[in-house]
Design a protein around this ligand. Sequence first.
Ligand SMILES: [Zn+2]
Length: 294
Amino acid sequence: MAALALLLCHCRSISPSPLSAQPSPAASPFTVLGEGIGSAVLDEVRLAALSAQRDVEVWGELTAPVLIYVHPSHRALEREVGLGDVPWLRAWAQYDRIDLQSPTTFGHRDYRPPLRELLGHELTHVFMYQRIGTRETWNRIGIPFWFREGMASWTSHQGYRRGNLFTVGRRLQARHQLIDPLLEGELLNRIDQPLAYAAAHWAFDRLVVEVGEAAVLELLDDIRLEVAAMAGPASASSAPSTASAEGAAGDAAPRTADRPFARAFARRIGMSEAEFATSYRQSLLAAAASQPSS
Ligand SMILES: [Zn+2]
């Protein structure tokens, strides 16, 4: 599967409590199910999702309801998503579904803060998939690891666990000098996952600082239009939610691979992804040569 949603899950304290002002359950776009999972846990998951949804709203609304399926164990989650030996995996996001390891197995005394953070991360993936594609096309559109995971980490406020430019630069310089942390993000993730996520987080942060959140959102919309445009002029101007646009994009996606992102990025950001990556890598190495910031 092209689009993965992997997340380390560590405990943190969130203040004020994200569950202190819970939205009305009646407004929930989430269906939470789980075989052998108690109703109290399912309710906690739904409330955490409603709270985490607020993080995602910096970008916009989810456009399709989301099923959150809770699995009783880590092994059950791995089986569901077809992966093995990924001990850090806690959840897996798709266009309109999140598979979640039961938070009671996270190993935290109070699982609600890490659950809320995890769902914020995963719902950001869901939002992006729904924004750039359709149920038929979302997993055929190549999105670079750094952008996908950086957006999810940034939106769910996980910077506290990503170090800073100095620590990221130092680690890159010491261990992975020959790897570009953005252009080779998938590779870096396989050999040094914490560094890959940290580099992705700060790259996305830099992108937001440089161009603003509105431009990033427009980039997502441009990706969707690029996919549609590949199928012909008629579908390029179609509304994203129409059935015709969905069908056209579905036909085009296998041929387009990573091109929609690359083309949309260059046009909306004003430089190629490679230029952005080169500039970012240089900034990391420059930070590594400086004194650590407090
Ligand atoms: Zn992720």
